[in-house]
Write a protein that binds this ligand. Structure first.
Ligand code: ATP
Ligand code: MG
Length: 333
């Protein structure tokens, strides 16, 4: 039976890319009746130093974001990674299965470590082994992610296949990345060649789920563009990364294709299109941020939701980790 797993790092403010590329789709898969497990990957977040008070707060805010965007903690299992210790335990096994050379090919490490890779944490380097464990410890079959995580899910398949091969078993299913829709790679508002990210130092590069209406309108007004009117067909966006990104966002928010959207907004100047985009973004995001604020007023309730999620998760992860250890030859007495 299909089982869905995905995660988001509590490493800063949730943004429109996380919403369109991840959370909104997580809720949709849950509503299709699939078995869904969604995670706040706090162990991943500390691959880069996090202020302890901020980390706890970001984890609760992320939990509120999931729920406000439609993830139901009764229907889905909602957890923070560190409260389900089998993730970290299986990560050790997976880091023994994976090869150094595989990790070295990962573009996220190169992007995040920057020029001085020697100064990056060891955790940032082995991040994909933990991500593989996150997925495999549930025997998950489907992993909804944005375009940027495709390489890590493919690596997860390689690690699972090598484990199965090395131990002569057919134990870990190879998970499929699920990368669908118009918004699998929302770009920065300041640079059409970079993806929108929580960790971008420029707050103007992203629309945060918790931004107020004025801030959203201002960020869109200041978003970088060229000077031409919008084309009437998608082909006309070729070579216009910033224009394409804004139209893509408009299309995703209104649940239409790029061509349908350009049928409406083709011919407009940015001075006309941007206010329309801001209005749509505010209309869609305001109910979510209102609900997040309401949920965050009761942090103890969020902590209870995470505790309950961890109990349900461990009913799945305990036996799978136990079986993996037996396969390897660990004594379980
Ligand atoms: P960080 O900068 O800390 O890595 P992030 O913005 O990349 O933060 P993650 O927590 O790493 O967010 O990713 C959570 C999910 O959101 C992943 O499925 C990822 O693919 C997706 N995602 C992240 N950024 C975008 C984006 N710009 N467009 C679409 N999906 C995105
Ligand atoms: Mg990321």
């Amino acid at each position: 039976t299909p089982r869905v797993f995905s995660g988001i790092q509590p490493s800063g403010a949730l943004h429109l890319g996380n919403y369109l590329g991840a959370i909104r789709r997580f809720a949709a898969m849950q509503d299709k009746g699939m078995e869904t497990i969604y995670c706040m990957v706090d162990l991943h977040a500390i691959t880069v130093w996090q202020d302890p008070a901020d980390l706890a707060q970001s984890t609760r805010t992320l939990c509120a974001g999931y729920i406000a965007a439609g993830v139901d903690p009764e229907k889905s299992i909602l957890i923070n990674q560190s409260q389900v210790p089998e993730h970290a335990e299986l990560a050790w096994v997976m880091s023994c299965v994976a090869r150094m050379g595989w990790m070295k090919r990962m573009t996220q490490f190169k992007d995040k470590a920057g020029k001085n890779a020697e100064k990056a944490s060891l955790g940032l380097f082995v991040y994909p082994a933990l991500m593989a464990a996150d997925i495999l410890v549930y025997h998950a079959t489907h992993v909804p992610v944005g375009e940027d995580q495709k390489q890590h899910v493919e690596l997860t398949r390689d690690i699972a296949a090598k484990f199965n091969h090395d131990y002569g078993v057919d134990f870990f299913p190879l998970p499929d990345p699920v990368i669908e829709g118009t918004a699998t790679r929302v770009m920065s508002l300041r640079d059409g060649s970079k993806k929108m990210s929580k960790s971008d130092p420029s707050d103007a590069s992203r629309i945060n789920l918790m931004d107020d209406a004025d801030t959203i309108a201002q960020k869109i007004r200041k978003a970088r563009t060229d000077f031409d009117a919008l084309p009437s067909e998608a082909a006309g966006l070729e070579g216009r990364a910033e224009a394409r990104n804004l139209v893509n966002i408009y299309a995703a928010l209104s649940d239409r294709t790029l061509d349908e959207t350009l049928g409406e907004v083709g011919g407009l100047q940015f001075s006309e299109f941007k206010p329309k985009l801001a209005e749509l973004a505010v209309a869609q995001l305001a109910p979510i941020s209102d609900e997040m604020r309401r949920l965050l007023a009761d942090p103890a309730e969020i902590d209870r939701i995470l505790a309950a999620g961890a109990r349900r998760a461990r009913d799945i992860t305990g036996p799978i980790l136990g079986r993996a250890y037996e396969i390897i030859g660990m004594i379980r007495s």
